[in-house]
Structures are given as structure tokens and as C-alpha cells.
Design a protein around this ligand. Structure first.
Ligand SMILES: NC(=O)c1ccc[n+]([C@@H]2O[C@H](COP(=O)([O-])OP(=O)(O)OC[C@H]3O[C@@H](n4cnc5c(N)ncnc54)[C@H](O)[C@@H]3O)[C@@H](O)[C@H]2O)c1
Length: 258
């Protein structure tokens, strides 16, 4: 494995989840110090153990990305422990409610927007000043293929991920001239807790059948693995991606090629 992030620090939100944890491990293997952010009680200690097992330093910061004071706290913690932030994987997200839009609970709509949209905004708002201190930085926001096409059964989720795509483009234009690149990734179904929850939401009696159908509907006949997403995030944060800014990258086995 290359060590493209020796001496660098990455902040990862949703770091206790499938994609976030795998990305933490990947960056650790490539030499980065990792600030792992997730909700209290989410299992951040397992992410820290993986990072340390790879020989890297880790700092766990339990925080809610939708709360401004929590976001300021994780940024401050990163600066205090590692002296700054080089890379930011703005990744925490929730699937919300699954079902007909006319029955979508209003409180859940607000919650999905708070985590998936406002959380990404607050992350950019507070991480960028820390990156400016170093004169450079790379941000990767996690959108979804639901940020590229309509997804009627997860209405708020689709709205929030379209917003992540929009925020990525605006941030790229505003911060690109200042040395900070911002890109977004758009995964199709990936083997994590979130997909298990969606499968159960679509068919509580036979979630495995939903899994099989969705996998079969992908040109590659399967879901993606968290490690495959982590590899893309690492590339986008690396100096090899030095001219990539404002890009929206599907990682979907070809699903969006239809
Ligand atoms: N798994 C997929 O198929 C898929 C596809 C497209 C996009 N995504 C996106 O990838 C990202 C990661 O999801 P995942 O698949 O790893 O799912 P996951 O549920 O395993 O991980 C999400 C993590 O975010 C954390 N989180 C939720 N609310 C939070 C909050 N308010 N503050 C801090 N942390 C919070 C959760 O605790 C969890 O650890 C999400 O943004 C998701 O929307 C996932």
C-alpha cells in the first residue's frame, strides 16, 4: 500500500459506520492521523482500534454533526491534537423514513435534512478555516446516486443528497481559488448497515429478496464494498487528484450509465 498521507490529518464524520470506518482504516494504512467523529455510543472505539492496528494515530470525538457547537468542537479537537486538518471526509448520514411521500413524517424530514444537509454545511463552514491556515485542503462530501436521480420511497434522503451535490459545486467555486478542492462521491448500494435498514424498510418480511433484486439490477451484479468507496476517497484526497475540484463521482458499478 502506498503511503500518500504520511504526516497528514483527516477528519472523518460517520466514522463508526461502514464507509466511514473503512475509510479511516484506509487512510491509516496510508500514514494519516485520523480524527474519527460519530454519535456518542456508535462504536467509535472499534474504528480507533483499526486505525491504531494500522500503526497510525487516532482521536475519537463523539459529536452530532447537525449541532454547530459539536462541529466546532471536533474541529478544535483536531487542531489541538494534530495541529490542523488536511483532508475532510464529510460523510455522516441517515436514511430516514422509507415509504410513500404523502405519509412521510414531518419530524423525520427535518431530521434527515438536519444531518445530511445541515451537517455537511456545518462541516464545510468550520473545517475550511482550519484548512486555510495550512493554505490547502481536500474535502470529499458523501452524496449518493439518490443525489443524481429521483428516489420516491426515500423522499427526504434524495432531497438531502441532491443538496450535497449542490453544496459541493458551490464550495468548489468558492474555495478552489484558495487551495481547497471539494468533490462529492455518489455511491450506489454498498454493503453497510444503511442498506440492511433500507432492505428491511422496503420488504420487512423478505429483506434478503430485496438485496438479491438490487444486486442483480446492478451492471456488476452486486453491491459495492466499503473498501472500494474508501479507495476513491483516498484518491480524491491525494495529490494525484490535484486538478479535481467540483467533481461529482458515481461509484456504482455502472448503475448510472443506464
Ligand atoms: N451504504 C450505501 O449503500 C450508501 C449509498 C450511498 C450513499 N451512502 C452514504 O454514505 C454515508 C455513510 O453511510 P454508511 O453506508 O456507511 O451507513 P452507516 O449507517 O453504516 O454509517 C453512517 C454513520 O453516520 C453516523 N451518524 C448518523 N447521524 C449522525 C450525526 N447526527 N452525527 C454524527 N454521526 C452520525 C451513524 O452513527 C453511522 O455510524 C452516508 O452519508 C450515506 O448516506 C451510503
Amino acid at each position: 500500500m502506498e503511503r500518500r498521507f504520511e504526516g497528514k490529518t483527516i477528519v472523518i464524520t460517520g466514522a463508526a459506520g461502514g464507509i466511514g470506518r473503512s475509510t479511516a482504516e484506509r487512510f491509516a494504512q496510508e500514514g494519516a492521523s485520523v480524527v474519527a467523529v460519530d454519535l456518542p455510543g456508535s462504536g467509535l472505539e472499534d474504528t480507533v482500534a483499526l486505525v491504531e492496528a494500522a500503526g497510525a494515530s487516532a482521536l475519537a470525538v463523539p459529536a452530532d454533526v447537525s449541532r454547530s457547537s459539536d462541529v466546532e468542537r471536533y474541529v478544535q479537537a483536531a487542531r489541538a491534537r494534530f495541529g490542523g486538518i488536511d483532508c475532510f471526509f464529510n460523510n455522516a448520514g441517515i436514511e430516514g423514513w422509507i415509504g410513500p411521500t404523502t405519509q412521510y413524517p414531518e419530524e423525520m424530514f427535518d431530521k434527515v435534512i438536519a444531518v445530511n444537509l445541515k451537517g455537511v454545511f456545518l462541516g464545510i463552514k468550520h473545517v475550511v478555516p482550519a484548512m486555510l491556515e495550512r493554505g490547502s485542503g481536500a474535502i470529499v462530501n458523501t452524496a449518493s446516486i439518490a443525489g443524481l436521480t429521483g428516489t420516491p420511497s426515500i423522499f427526504a434522503y434524495g432531497a438531502s443528497k441532491h443538496a450535497v451535490v449542490g453544496m459541493t459545486k458551490s464550495a468548489a467555486l468558492e474555495f478552489g481559488p484558495l487551495g481547497i478542492r471539494t468533490n462529492a462521491i455518489c455511491p450506489s448500494p454498498i454493503e453497510t448497515r444503511m442498506m440492511r435498514a433500507l432492505e428491511r424498510g422496503i420488504n420487512p418480511d423478505e429483506p434478503e429478496q430485496v438485496h438479491q433484486q438490487m444486486a442483480a439490477g446492478n451492471p456488476m451484479g452486486r453491491y459495492g464494498e466499503p473498501g472500494e468507496v474508501a479507495a476513491l476517497v483516498a484518491f480524491l484526497c491525494s495529490s494525484e487528484a490535484s486538478y479535481l475540484n467540483g467533481g461529482i463521482y458515481p461509484i456504482d458499478g455502472g448503475r448510472m450509465a443506464r
